[in-house]
Design a protein around this ligand. Structure first.
Ligand code: ADP
Ligand code: MG
Length: 312
């Protein structure tokens, strides 16, 4: 089966040091799927990592004005590079441990968004460090940055989160996959770009990694989208009285549950919406949300939450 795996924050951790250790654990369930004969493409998030890179430039610019302003698209590209390095390094080691002869590499990936996406009128995604009101006012005058007050902790820059439309490097991913190679792609949701004549132009924005992974799975004509996160299953009444862990979510109940507010925006909701979009995109496409540790059991139908469209 052709599987797109979307790795969440818990596969990579919150710091560089943590990541170096965690990726070797995260490699195991991924290689289990490869060992079972599946074709696997790996996507991942980058929230803490791109935040770290962005903060490092911001902080150094505060004391040294000769440091250039580094656009967010470039920070995103840097995060794809070093996360990809850690993942391909750890997965290769695990492949060699099991005598599996496969090569793995990372593609710096651009994802096309619509310049007129309504998200551009309403930036919501906080990135980078916290500023005082005075600093935020000064920076927003010097740059075109938009700042919002974040839960009493200070002012933070926000960027838009547009929806992915297409993956620029998808043909390359397909070719590599057909030739039995493993690919890490759309890291951090991909670098958002829009097309202006023959040129792709990077934008200061963040594409949700769950949506980008679903788009990738659709474009690669994958059978399965597996979203690996910190929970084994999706729940309704999550963390509340009446909590119920679901093994299956059918498309009709999804909309009802979304309306009833069962899935937290910014964490579970994008996964559910991405899973639904993938399952609806073509007959035979299945999405699975489960934990990293349970990936292999999940694909055997033993655990996790399955989202498939039985009506198509
Ligand atoms: P990732 O880094 O994998 O994207 P997130 O933290 O963004 O992870 O989202 C996963 C988290 O969503 C879970 O760890 C859980 O705390 C939270 N969550 C919110 N609503 C639900 C729900 N209805 N069922 C299960 N988990 C939920
Ligand atoms: Mg998330």
């Amino acid at each position: 089966m052709k599987i797109v795996i979307a790795l969440g924050g818990n596969a990579l951790g919150n710091s560089l040091k943590e990541q170096l250790q965690l990726v070797r654990q995260s490699a195991k369930p991924i290689v289990d799927l490869i060992e079972a004969g599946h074709d696997v493409v790996i996507a991942h998030g980058n929230g803490p990592q791109v935040g770290m890179i962005n903060n490092a430039f911001e902080e150094s610019r505060k004391s040294n004005s000769s440091i250039p302003e580094v656009p967010f698209a470039e920070c995103n590209a840097m995060s794809q590079g070093y996360i990809g390095f850690h993942l391909q390094n750890a997965i290769r080691e695990e492949l060699e441990n099991r005598n599996i002869n496969k090569s793995i590499g990372t593609i710096i990936t651009q994802v096309i968004v619509d310049k007129d996406d309504p998200a551009f009128n309403n930036p919501t995604k906080p990135i980078g460090g916290f500023y005082s009101k005075e600093e935020a006012d000064r920076l927003s005058q010097e740059t075109s940055y938009i700042f919002v007050e974040d839960s009493g902790r200070g002012y933070r820059r926000v960027v838009p989160s547009p929806k992915p439309i297409d993956i620029v490097e998808k043909d390359m991913v397909t070719t590599l996959l057909e030739n039995n190679h493993l690919v890490i792609t759309v890291g951090g949701g991909g670098i958002p770009v829009y097309k202006d004549n023959n040129r792709f132009i990077g934008i200061d924005a963040v594409i949700d990694k769950d949506f980008a992974s679903a788009k990738l799975a659709e474009k690669l004509d994958a059978n399965y989208l597996i979203i690996l996160t910190a929970v084994e299953k999706v729940a309704i009444n999550f963390g509340k009285e009446g909590e119920k862990w679901l093994s299956r979510l059918d498309i009709e109940s999804i909309d009802k549950y979304i309306d009833e507010g069962h899935f937290a925006p910014g964490s579970m909701l994008p996964k559910i919406e991405a899973a639904k979009a993938f399952a609806l995109s073509k007959k035979g496409r299945t999405a699975l949300i489960t934990s990293l540790e349970k990936a292999s059991q999940g694909i055997r139908g033993e655990t996790g939450t399955i989202i498939e469209n039985c009506k198509l």
